[in-house]
Ligand binder design. Structure first.
Ligand code: ADP
Ligand code: MG
Length: 306
């Protein structure tokens, strides 16, 4: 039986981003509940390429426990649906709810994300390029997984690069002979993004949040010392070192996944048991209790007198 979009019942929106919306949906024939990401298609060639890349990678990543499972996809004239495993929430929402996160949760997140990125690179030759807290999800069971490969780029060997380059006569000098200190992209760009995400989750604030314009932010990233964990807070030395390691400004000095995987911070949280479901319950449960109280007080008319 081939699934049809008409067999899905929309149970409400989970979130929205630059590429589209995510809905909670029920697949009627089986009663299965899932998350469906809907992206509108403009028919733009670049966009189509990106969508196909995304579908290609999510469907091939079933064997990685640190990547969100994709059940299937629909591509219609006007939209693309990606049906995936429903997770409890993302780390951006958790941060917004409680501010900073405890180190042991971030430690577990780090282990999962580094393994997911290493898997993408080793198995599929892919870099993610959109590592951020909203693309790191956690399930009720406490599994932490990476999602969203919409703008991931394929790492190409030099031969493929030349072949893909097209007509050399019209090519800019930097494309013909790329400055080795400024490559278009490298897997280590994702390592930097991970470092920034870790600082954001540990402190509760995005390191460049005080910048008024993108220009100001980019200037800061280029000219200032990289973000780091504040020394006056109780983070372990390993955690501080791991963040500093990821946020190495010179990408040639920045570690690759093989080095991150043997770092003491990763090793420690690989060994350590963390009760993520219980923690999640306390955080999500807290919010649920609060909204229930709001409903109750408004029903009893209390809030009208506030
Ligand atoms: P962005 O990542 O830029 O915030 P997205 O459209 O990718 O935008 O996702 C919007 C939100 O939907 C995310 O922040 C996340 O909280 C939620 N989300 C995405 N995929 C899932 C999923 N599989 N399960 C539960 N929530 C999800
Ligand atoms: Mg996303």
């Amino acid at each position: 039986h081939k699934a049809d979009v008409k067999e899905f019942e929309n149970l409400g929106q989970i979130g929205s981003g630059t590429c589209g919306q995510v809905y909670k949906m029920k697949y009627r024939p089986t009663g299965h509940i899932m998350a469906v990401k809907q992206m509108h298609r403009s028919g733009n060639r670049e966009e189509n390429k990106r969508i196909l890349m995304d579908l290609d990678i999510v469907q091939k990543s079933h064997d990685c426990p640190h990547i969100v499972t994709c059940y299937g996809t629909f591509v219609t004239e006007s939209s693309v649906w990606i049906c995936m495993e429903l997770m409890e929430t993302c780390f951006d929402k958790l941060k917004k709810k409680i501010g900073s996160l405890p180190e042991n949760i971030i430690g577990k997140l780090t282990v999962s994300v580094v393994k997911a990125l290493d898997y993408l690179k080793e198995k599929h030759g892919v870099i993610h390029r959109d590592v951020k807290p909203s693309n790191i999800l956690v399930s009720k069971q406490g599994d932490i997984k990476l999602c969203d490969f919409g703008i991931s780029g394929r790492l190409v060997d030099s031969q493929a690069k030349t072949r893909a380059a097209g007509c050399a006569a019209y090519m800019a000098p930097e494309r013909i002979s790329p400055d080795p200190s400024h490559p278009n992209y490298d897997i280590r760009a994702d390592v930097w993004s991970l470092g920034i995400s870790l600082v954001e989750l540990a402190t509760g604030v995005f390191p460049y949040s005080d910048c008024k314009t993108d220009f100001e932010m980019l200037t800061k990233i280029l000219e200032e010392d990289p973000p780091s964990l504040p020394l006056d807070q109780p983070f372990s030395i390993d955690f501080q070192r791991f963040v500093a390691y990821c946020c190495t400004k010179d990408y040639q000095q920045r570690p690759k996944y093989k080095e991150l995987l043997v770092h003491e911070f990763v090793k420690r949280y690989e060994r350590t048991n963390v009760a993520i479901p219980q923690w999640l319950n306390s955080v999500v449960g807290m919010a649920k209790t609060a909204s229930l109280q709001r409903v109750k007080s408004s029903q009893s008319g209390e809030s009208a007198n506030d």
